[in-house]
Design a protein around this ligand. Structure first.
Ligand SMILES: [Mn+2]
Length: 465
């Protein structure tokens, strides 16, 4: 608990091969791929507690501290086929708390009775854990009294309850969906934020849906009015995934300088991945001043999904220093487990080459790569699987296949308890190669079979002699 906030940014990147800065040099020099064991390790959860004790909705004491809002249970569940049971959602919420996310968007209580009950249960249980980190529990509401009442009814049991109310601000949405004028939209935003505050909720997030395609002057005005009415966080979504990083970063920076009162509240990103830019846009948003980032586990969500928690968090962990010292309170060693839970419960499979959590994210098959990793992992790895809670089946994370080299085979055999001389290894390698031509991946069992043939051959030679 005694750890000072100013120390936090350095240790959040302490367990990975992140760039380190030589403090004595006036020209900041970066050395990459520092082995993790030379750096100090501290408990992440201790820091999370320290920060949470001082939770103030509209303000973050350390300007480099990023709040992570996970919306797996709301936006993520809106992915086709991803619906979960109440029990599964509660289990995920507990896991998200363990992971150390700051805010859990637990659902959309006005959408149906079951969702209200689930959000309420999460608020009661996860929002009041007796020990450890207690996240803010948020419920979504459109800009109408019924939605806001339902959201409050569900989240009010949490120690830190939050309501998010939203309305679209782009011309396309206002004309075709809402059929409302600009004046009507401003009026709704203003009165409904004030209504949420009037219920006793001192933590109100206002979302300007489709902000990424909204007319700037109008957007500044709506946001300014929402702040005046009591909004403590402004959510700036690229609802349709249409922005690109420079554009989205500029949007965040412009809102900060043009929306009245925006420097006194927290600005949040909410980026969709229709062009594969959700993570890049989110990070650019953070670099431009956003201090809350909305993400989902495995990047699930509407259409092409949302920015993925694991990619955003691990990029900040690897590159935080280069991004001006930004850091999160996420305890990354719970990432792998959380990813697996969400994959199992939603049935949304993670592609093998998905960054961070994909099955291949830490495996190396080509001979050159395997040779490098065996000599030093940092040759082909910018982080360790242990950082996200994976303990690899072998030291170097090697998958043996037809591209593997002699060195990797030797290392793998050694791990299995066999130590062959060069001649024996050469013979084994030839047999290994012909087997690998036929089989995609060579398992431990395959190797043992190969070796046992080798051993019996050796015995035959011995008796012949
Ligand atoms: Mn969304």
């Amino acid at each position: 608990m005694a750890t000072s906030l100013s120390n936090t940014s350095s240790f959040f990147s302490s367990t990975i091969h992140s760039p380190t800065i030589a403090a004595t040099s006036t020209n900041r020099t970066f050395s990459y791929f520092k082995p993790s064991k030379t750096l100090p390790r501290k408990s992440v959860s201790m820091i999370t507690c320290t920060l949470n004790n001082a939770y103030i909705p509209h303000h973050i004491q350390d300007p480099n501290r990023i709040r992570i809002l996970d919306t797996t249970l709301r936006d993520g569940e809106q992915a086709p086929g991803a619906s979960m049971t109440q029990k599964q959602k509660l289990a995920i919420a507990h896991q998200l708390a363990r992971l150390g996310v700051d805010i859990i968007e637990a659902g959309f209580p006005a959408s149906n009775k079951a969702d209200l009950e689930t959000v309420k249960l999460i608020a009661q249980e996860v929002g009041n854990s007796a020990a450890g980190h207690i996240p803010v529990i948020m419920g979504l509401a459109r800009c109408n009294k019924n939605d806001i009442d339902k959201a409050w009814e569900a989240v009010k049991y949490a120690k830190y309850p939050r309501i998010q109310t939203f309305i679209a601000t782009s011309e396309i949405h206002m004309n075709h969906k809402l059929k409302m004028s600009k004046e009507q939209v401003i009026e709704k935003a203003r009165t409904m934020v004030a209504y949420a505050r009037s219920l006793g909720c001192n933590d109100v997030q206002f979302g300007a849906e489709d902000a990424g395609r909204s007319e700037r002057e109008f957007l500044y005005e709506v946001l300014g009015e929402a702040i005046k009415a009591g909004a403590t966080t402004l959510c700036i979504p690229d609802t349709v995934g249409y922005n690109w990083p420079r554009e989205f970063g500029q949007l965040i920076a412009d809102i900060k300088s043009n929306s009245h009162g925006a420097t006194n509240v927290v600005i949040s990103t909410h980026c969709h991945n229709d062009l594969g830019l959700a993570v890049a846009n989110t990070l650019e948003g953070a670099y431009s001043g956003a201090r809350q980032l909305e993400v989902t586990i495995n990047g699930i969500g509407e259409r092409a999904g949302n920015a993925s928690l694991e990619e955003v968090v691990m990029t900040l962990k690897c590159k935080g220093e280069l991004l001006g010292g930004l850091y999160t309170g996420v305890d990354t060693k719970h990432i792998a487990m959380t990813s697996k839970m969400v994959e199992d419960y939603t049935g949304m499979r993670v592609q093998p080459h998905k960054p961070i959590v994909g099955a291949n994210a830490f495996s190396h098959e080509s001979g050159i790569h395997q040779d490098g990793v065996l000599k030093n992992k940092s040759t082909y790895e910018i982080m360790s699987p242990e950082d996200i809670g994976i303990h690899r089946f072998n030291e170097a994370g090697l998958t043996l296949g037809k591209l593997s080299g002699r060195h990797a085979l030797k290392a793998k055999l050694f791990e299995l308890g066999y130590n062959f001389d060069e001649n024996e290894l050469n013979q084994l390698f030839l047999r290994f190669k012909s087997l690998a031509e036929m089989k995609k991946i060579i398992t431990d069992e395959d190797l043992i079979t190969l070796v046992s043939h080798k051993v019996s051959e050796a015995q035959v030679e011995y008796y012949q002699a």
